[in-house]
Write a protein that binds this ligand. Structure first.
Ligand SMILES: Cc1ncc(COP(=O)(O)O)c(C=O)c1O
Length: 404
């Protein structure tokens, strides 16, 4: 376990009202680090102006803060250059951009390969594009253990496959995807790989150059940063070949009454006033993760994963989904409890000051595959402790007493 008390660096968790809160809904959104709040507050109080357009000093300072954030994020995921970082609203927005733009390049009958663990954000935009351009969706299956079955990957990736879009970590099963064999099979047939890293980014280091993925997306709010900003990374040549997704100010080069040409990347994909203070907050969040260090993140989360798996599976009548061992698995625990509806369980836990989520977690087809409509999900991050998991276990036992 981490020695210094990281929880106290998160003002909401350190407030008198929430001191006793076991916050276990981090897969939905994390709490915000004090450095993020301070940087955004300072920016609004001292340096705020709209960016890119003004020549006065305040506008130049705001532009520099926004562009420096792009540099920080490029370094955070080891992008080749900062122009390959597009600021979007969130992962969903990033995935909609890629799906709707890239599919314009394909012919009817071409194939998009997804997986059965996808969040709706990496499924519905492809469904819509497939309908529009008469493309075929295929899926890498998930095993009953909650891992992707890659045994058939070279058949699933064939010369019709144009895109392989895959989540780097499941928001339900906690599984961390083995990306390398998927990317290599996709590239062998010339397909483009889109990685949904919304869950993975706060749990595992990402190096887009080493991975050699073509696009990668994530959201600031799941990595201790603000809501309202996400990232789309793309290789320069691919971004240059994509049509923009939104149109208006900031993304043009030349405009006449009847037609327009586009700015270079990244501006081409950032129409309108972007989330400026949010970019400053996102950069601080990335710096916070780096200051803790990935070794600390990985060892703390491995301990929480092992502890959670051990303690939760001791509860009779509790059925945990996802891999039963901590290898390539993060501290996300989705489960059902015999005799207690997931929503009732979440309400009882809330009465005991334990915040979890219940429902399908935007992964309806995955739940159906396991013959479920809903699960209760507890998800941990760097500021959680073994005591939070002990509180969860106690709360579940209280619910069992109430309902069974
Ligand atoms: C794996 C995964 N992908 C995408 C998303 C969507 O993220 P956002 O709501 O920030 O767009 C989520 C959110 O839970 C997720 O878990």
């Amino acid at each position: 376990m981490l020695k210094n008390n990281i929880k106290s660096q998160f003002p909401l968790l350190d407030s008198p009202e929430n001191k006793n809160l076991a916050f276990l809904d981090n897969a939905a959104s994390t709490q915000k680090h004090e450095s993020v709040l301070k940087a955004m507050d300072d920016f609004y109080r001292g340096s705020y102006a709209n960016i890119h357009r003004g020549v006065y000093r305040l506008a130049e300072a705001a532009t520099a803060a926004y562009e420096n954030a792009r540099v920080t994020i490029a370094q955070f995921i080891n992008a080749g250059e900062e122009a390959e970082i597009i600021f979007t609203r969130n992962t969903t927005n990033s995935l909609n951009m890629v799906a709707s733009s890239i599919c314009q390049q394909f012919a009817p009958g071409d194939e998009i390969l997804l997986t059965e663990i996808e969040h709706h954000a990496n499924l519905v935009p492809w469904q819509q594009a497939a309908k529009h351009y008469q493309l075929k969706l295929k899926f890498i299956p998930v095993t009953s253990e909650g891992r992707l079955d890659l045994s058939n990957i070279s058949d699933l990736c064939n010369n019709k496959t144009k895109v392989v879009a895959v989540s780097a970590m499941s928001n339900v099963l906690g599984t961390i995807t083995e990306l390398e064999p998927i990317i290599s099979a996709a590239h062998k047939v010339g397909a483009v790989v889109v990685v949904d890293a919304a869950q993975a980014v706060p749990h595992t280091p990402i190096d887009v150059k080493k991975l050699d993925c073509d696009f990668l997306t994530f959201s600031a709010h799941k990595m201790f940063g603000p809501s309202g900003i996400g990232v789309l990374y793309g290789k320069r040549s691919l971004l240059e070949a994509l049509e923009p997704f939104e149109f208006g100010g900031g993304m043009i080069s030349e405009v006449t009454w009847n037609s327009s040409t586009w700015a270079d990347i990244p501006e081409k994909f950032e129409a309108g006033t972007p989330p400026i203070a949010e970019a400053v907050g996102l950069a601080k969040a990335a710096e916070f993760i780096q200051s803790v260090g990935w070794d600390n993140f990985l060892s703390h989360e491995a301990e929480l994963t092992n502890y959670g798996l051990t303690e939760l599976t001791k509860i009779s009548g509790l059925h945990l989904f996802g891999p039963s061992d901590a290898k390539n698995r993060g501290p996300v625990f989705a489960f059902t409890l015999d005799g207690v509806h997931p929503h009732d369980l979440a309400s009882v836990l809330d009465e005991n000051n334990i915040a979890v989520r219940s429902g399908h977690h935007c992964a309806m087809p995955l739940h159906r595959k396991f013959e479920l409509l809903a699960t209760t999900r507890a998800s941990c991050t760097i500021y959680n402790t073994k005591e939070d998991i002990d509180r969860l276990v106690e709360g579940i036992k209280k619910a069992q007493k109430l309902f069974c």
